[in-house]
Design a protein around this ligand. Structure first.
Ligand code: OGA
Ligand code: ZN
Length: 359
């Protein structure tokens, strides 16, 4: 009989203590999990809290274990190591260097013919937060056709598809010819749409150039260079609000949200829609200074990639990470029509994980 924990002194797992139940509930033989979906066939909460490890041995990359309740099996040590160390197949975010950045363009004619090209595109998407796809048809609904080749589209009160076109009395300033400074979309939704696609059907007006900014790079810059600003922006909960004749949508969140390890999780930035609470004067002074600074970074050439979306191009970007914008345009000089839709990260991340990870 062993103890409740096991110390393996060989290979990569040296010095890591593995709890007996933690290991037991990772047994993946057919008596423990359904082999089609890897879901447990028993209730792990009902395992004996005093479960012991009777025996263990290491054979190359395999850890073989026998438990005191009679269950036994083997584990791939690399898999255990990757799980323990949070090593993920999804590529890590890269900090942008705007000056040396080459726009990431993929060809619609290649990505759906060749799965390797699609995987390459998705990897770049997770590294840089966006990709541009050329050679799509400059026709209505093409953005939905494209998105649905990846997975399901997220409908909102704007519909499954929205038309970005200059029109009278719009319910969103995107549907005018005004400049849109760097912003993220729909920060008032629960949850915020993860990925936005914008497809260009026509862009013949003067103006109407596009831009992208990496919120992750901006956040990192603030953390390193303006820690007081970073602190208040990551700690102040503001309200985001959308209002039209049919609905009012409200959510509360930080402009920069961190995860439980204090790493960047999400940016929400839209000066058209945010309302800070009435904090004490000093906190508000600091918040307004910090937001002004963040706005300047997000609209400066040090962080902005400028490009022109032309007929037949789609930009697909991570709306939880990147900000986007456009210069104003003159509708009297030519027609400008984009169509957009949203998809969830489930679609792209799930596809990429499925291709890169055996199980
Ligand atoms: C939008 C938007 C950008 C553009 O519709 O959310 O930001 O280029 N549009 O018109
Ligand atoms: Zn937008």
């Amino acid at each position: 009989m062993g103890k409740k924990v096991i110390l393996i002194n060989e290979g990569k797992l040296s010095e890591i203590k593995l709890h007996s139940i933690w290991l037991r509930e990772r047994l993946n033989g057919s008596e423990f999990v359904d082999q089609n979906n890897l879901q447990r066939l028993y209730e792990p909460s009902l395992l004996d809290n005093n479960l012991l490890i009777n025996m263990h041995s290491v054979d190359k990359n395999k850890l073989n274990v026998e438990f005191s309740d009679g269950a036994k099996g083997s584990f791939n040590i690399d898999d255990l190591f990757n799980e323990i160390n949070n090593i993920d197949v999804i590529p890590e975010k890269k900090i942008w260097d705007v000056n040396s950045h080459n726009i990431k363009i993929f060809d619609n004619n290649k990505i759906f013919k060749n799965n390797d090209e699609l995987i390459k595109m998705l990897k770049v998407f997770y590294q840089y937060g966006y990709v541009i796809i050329k050679n799509t048809k400059a026709e209505e609904n093409e953005v939905i056709n494209f998105a649905e080749k990846l997975g399901p589209v997220r409908s909102t009160n704007f519909g499954k598809l929205f038309n970005v076109i200059s029109k009278p009395n719009p319910n969103d300033l995107a549907y005018t010819a005004l400049e849109l400074t760097s912003h993220s979309d729909n920060p008032y939704r629960k949850p915020v749409p993860g990925i936005q696609l914008l497809h260009c059907i026509a862009n013949e007006s003067t103006g109407g150039d596009s831009s992208l900014v990496d919120g992750f790079s901006v956040s990192n810059f603030l953390k390193l260079n303006q820690p007081e600003f970073y602190k208040i922006l990551t700690n102040t909960t503001v309200t985001f609000k959308f209002t039209d004749i049919d609905t009012i949508l409200v959510d509360q969140a930080k402009l920069i949200e961190l995860d439980h390890n204090n790493n960047f999780k999400q940016i929400r930035f839209s000066g058209r829609l945010d309302y800070v609470p009435l904090l004490d004067e000093n906190s508000l002074n600091l918040f307004y200074e910090a937001r002004k600074y963040m706005f300047k970074l997000c609209n400066s050439d040090d962080f902005k990639i400028k490009y022109r979306l032309s007929k037949g191009m789609i930009v697909m970007f991570d709306n939880l990470r990147l900000l986007h914008g456009r210069t104003k345009f003159d509708p009297n000089t030519g027609f400008r029509h984009l169509q957009g839709c949203y998809i969830d990260h489930d679609v792209t991340e799930g596809k990429l994980r499925r291709s890169l990870q055996p199980n």
